[in-house]
Design a binder for this molecule. Structure first.
Ligand code: NAD
Ligand code: ZN
Length: 363
């Protein structure tokens, strides 16, 4: 029987718009929704070890049953494999399996797999199709949508990459069941981000329904994932390549990337680092008179109530500032910060003096 998606969100882009199909326990339906791909073309499933062990064989079986020729490439996983060495290994696998310009990549996994597989698709033979099958909450609400792909360099995160949109995002909420608590929380940090930058109602909802959200209540999650995808689709639809509005999605990320880099990507998960970063972004907004202290406290409390970290531990404020200046989001030597100007509204500030950063980092 053909099971329908629970929700469908369209990413409207002039030339390469696509659907985000959100369903539950419906992986078996995947092949039906790949009917726009000719089954004479080869597919390559890219995953990481954990996700492959969970669902890799199943996905291969579903696709083969539907007549696709599909090969798989399994990454070790973790931020450490988001690099150029892994990319060149992947290109070799793709060539070895005989992928051609008509082939399609399927990214089955979290943000790491999505970013790496998406970049492989963006660059292999100058670009082949790819499908996102997100399996972490972070990937479901954020990284699988919007077409940012890429890898890290030793000098910093996401320094090489491409804007390259998938042909489809096929989301199965069932993947959330097996997510470790820490990974679930990391995704919730990005959910909270949407509430702060864009949607007061979502923020209120997260405040009022903490226990349901934490316990992964299914109807609650469907609503949250769909709402976050709608927000991301709306923002990306207006500013695909981040010339303005899309930058708002980086709330907490300028600080967060510094925390991640300075702890060798081991001290914090991405979402944890962003959570702490959002607290500092709100403090920056307070010292600049853009938001009230009580609203900033409300943001910090929400983050804390969800069990996310609220401090950067024993890192040095000077190192954090140096690391932020090295981040690619520096334009002409100036760091851009996204700051909340209320609950559900935010803006970019780019004239922040180092002394002001020192002041808030020491708060
Ligand atoms: N492209 C974008 O727009 C964008 C946006 C946000 C974040 N990102 C990137 O995403 C990355 C982080 O992604 P992530 O948090 O999903 O990390 P991840 O991909 O490493 O996944 C986290 C862990 O969970 C495991 N896992 C995945 N799905 C699982 C499941 N269903 N059950 C059990 N375990 C599962 C993975 O194997 C991994 O160990 C970062 O590199 C970040 O820069 C990209
Ligand atoms: Zn992020």
């Amino acid at each position: 029987m053909n099971k329908q998606p629970l929700r469908k969100v369209r990413v409207n882009l002039e030339e390469h718009g696509y659907d985000i199909l959100i369903g539950e326990k419906w992986l078996e339906q995947l092949a039906i929704y790949l009917n726009f791909i000719s089954n004479s073309s080869k597919l390559m499933l890219i995953s990481d070890r954990n996700v492959y062990a969970l669902a890799g064989e199943k996905v291969l079986h579903i696709l083969r049953e539907a007549g696709f020729q599909v090969h798989s490439a399994v990454l070790p996983g973790g931020e450490g494999c988001k690099n150029l060495t892994v990319m060149s290994w992947l290109y070799e696998q793709m060539l070895g399996f005989g992928l051609d310009r008509k082939s399609t990549v399927l990214a089955l996994g979290g943000g790491i797999v999505g970013d790496v597989a998406g970049f492989a698709a963006a660059t292999y033979m100058r670009g082949i199709g790819y499908i996102q099958i997100p399996t972490t909450l972070l990937a479901l609400v954020d990284s699988s949508v919007g077409g940012k792909t890429g890898v890290n360099l030793p000098q910093g995160k996401n320094l090489v990459g491409a804007f390259y949109q998938p042909g489809l995002v096929f989301a199965d909420l069932n993947f959330i069941n097996s997510l470790p608590e820490k990974e679930y929380l990391t995704g919730l940090a990005e959910v909270i981000k949407y509430g702060i930058i864009w949607d007061k109602e979502l923020f209120n909802y997260l405040e009022e329904n903490r226990n349901k959200v934490i316990s992964r209540d299914r109807s609650c999650l469907t609503g949250i994932v769909a709402r976050c995808c709608e927000i991301k689709a709306e923002i990306v639809g207006q500013d695909e390549k981040e010339s303005g509005l899309r930058a708002l999605l980086n709330l907490g990320h300028t600080f967060g990337h510094a925390f991640e880099a300075l702890t060798g990507y081991k001290g914090f998960t991405h979402g944890e680092a962003v959570a702490v970063g959002m607290i500092y972004a709100a403090r920056l907004a307070v010292v600049r008179g853009l938001i009230s202290r009580s609203q900033s406290d409300r943001i910090a409390s929400l983050i804390e109530n969800y069990g996310l970290p609220v401090s950067y531990g024993d890192l040095s404020a000077g190192d954090i500032i140096d690391s932020m200046y090295r981040d690619k989001k520096t334009v002409a030597g100036k760091i851009k910060f996204i700051v909340p100007t209320g609950i559900g509204v935010s803006e970019v500030v780019s004239d922040v003096a180092e002394e002001q950063l020192l002041q808030i980092l020491k708060l």
